[in-house]
Design a protein around this ligand. Structure first.
Ligand code: ASP
Length: 380
């Protein structure tokens, strides 16, 4: 047994060395391969759904400008994914491209604009899954990689592992040529003020302003989004500042994929990992059932294995995608008093969302159709 393990470990180590020698592959590079597939088989219309987090999002709090800004950002992410799919690219490439846009957008709690830990740092989590072969990659606690979603993909494609965490994950990113940034790159004034407010409210010490952050504004910063930052379910708990991002896509070859990226929960303990990088909880994709990206109070999503649970209901109980999504969010998650939502897609083109919060930033589009962008729960 011991010997088998050693042989196994040796094979893994060799595989790791081999993959480290490979050059980085930016999103969209598989377009040519996709084009060939498209010529052979154009049976599927592509579709893509993106989300930018679920939470207490009120029209009055967001205001007309906030509302318009978020819709414009969602449209941009959706368009980035749609462009990839429209030129015959893979669902995986589309998911990565859409999420990269949202990671760069300071409005969302992922990449630049991520929330801070109680110690005033940004620790980023992400995962991605390819429904055509059940390959998956994930990273947790990343602090220097500009696009955690691309690192999750690199773990999937260029390492023998599924998940890497912390400094080892960032070091791997550097080795495979992914863009590295100073941790202050992720800093935004709005998230910082939000952390300070929460810590002061709870009588907790406020950490020093991060090294490399711009000097504090002379007048108080207006938060980027005037979103009430608390989940009403537990006033005593730390604020759940949402804005996690995710995407699910179906390409013309009939393959589906899912990805998720987040800064996690505001004022989280250093080292805390939520559902977003957990395959089966925050992200899951299988061509046999569906692809899911989740957002919400991560501990509940982990305990329920939300993403996989939705796909299991489709695969084994014969539910429609909407029925499965609603069953998990409105029955199982609510029974535990968890909050949040999911987006999901199936190989036959079903695209759904389901959430139990007052709002969820979301958008979807099918080939030949219009982009639908929604924020509040009263929008269909
Ligand atoms: N699910 C994320 C986490 O728990 C947070 C979120 O979606 O807003 O880390």
């Amino acid at each position: 047994m011991k010997r088998i393990c050693c042989v196994f470990a040796g094979v893994f180590a060799l595989a790791a060395l081999a993959v480290l020698a490979q050059a980085p592959q930016p999103a969209g590079q598989n377009v040519q391969a996709g084009q060939a597939e498209q010529n052979e088989q154009a049976a599927h219309h592509w579709s893509i759904v993106v989300h930018g987090g679920a939470g207490v999002i009120a029209r009055t709090a967001l205001g007309p400008k906030g509302d318009a800004d978020y819709r414009a950002s969602l449209a941009q992410a959706e368009a980035a994914g749609a462009r990839v799919l429209d030129r015959g690219g893979s669902a995986l490439d589309a998911v990565e491209a859409a999420i990269q846009v949202l990671e760069d957008d300071p409005l969302f709690n992922a990449g630049r604009g991520a929330v801070f830990t109680v110690e005033g740092k940004n620790e980023l989590d992400s995962s991605i899954m390819d429904g055509s072969n059940l390959k998956a990659g994930a990273v947790a606690g990343v602090t220097r990689t500009r696009h955690p979603i691309s690192l999750a993909r690199a773990v999937m494609e260029k390492s023998p592992y599924v998940m890497l965490a912390g400094t080892g994950a960032d070091a791997f990113a550097a080795r495979v040529g992914l863009e590295q940034v100073d941790p202050s790159f992720f800093f935004t004034e709005a998230r910082w003020q939000s952390l300070v407010k929460q810590l002061q409210k709870h009588g907790l010490p406020v950490p020093p302003r991060p090294v490399g952050a711009p000097p504090p504004p002379t007048s108080p910063a207006v938060p980027v989004a005037q979103i009430p930052l608390k989940f009403p379910v537990d006033e005593s708990a730390d604020a759940y500042v949402h804005g996690t991002v995710g995407a699910v896509a179906l390409d013309r070859a009939g393959n589906i994929a899912a990805g998720t990226s987040t800064g996690g929960l505001q004022a989280k303990m250093p080292g805390r990992v939520g559902d977003s990088p957990i395959i089966g909880a925050g992200t899951y994709a299988s061509n046999q059932s569906c692809a899911v990206s989740a957002t919400g109070s991560g501990e509940y999503f982990i305990r329920l294995g939300v993403a996989r649970e939705v796909c299991n209901l489709v695969a084994f109980k014969g539910m429609s995608l909407q029925q499965a999504a609603d069953q998990v969010i409105h029955q199982e998650l609510e029974a535990l008093h968890g909050d949040g939502g999911i987006i999901a897609i199936a190989p036959d083109g079903q695209m759904v969302w389901s959430f139990n919060t007052p709002g969820m930033f979301r958008a979807r589009q099918t080939e030949g159709g219009k982009v639908e962008i929604r924020i509040y729960s009263d929008e269909p």
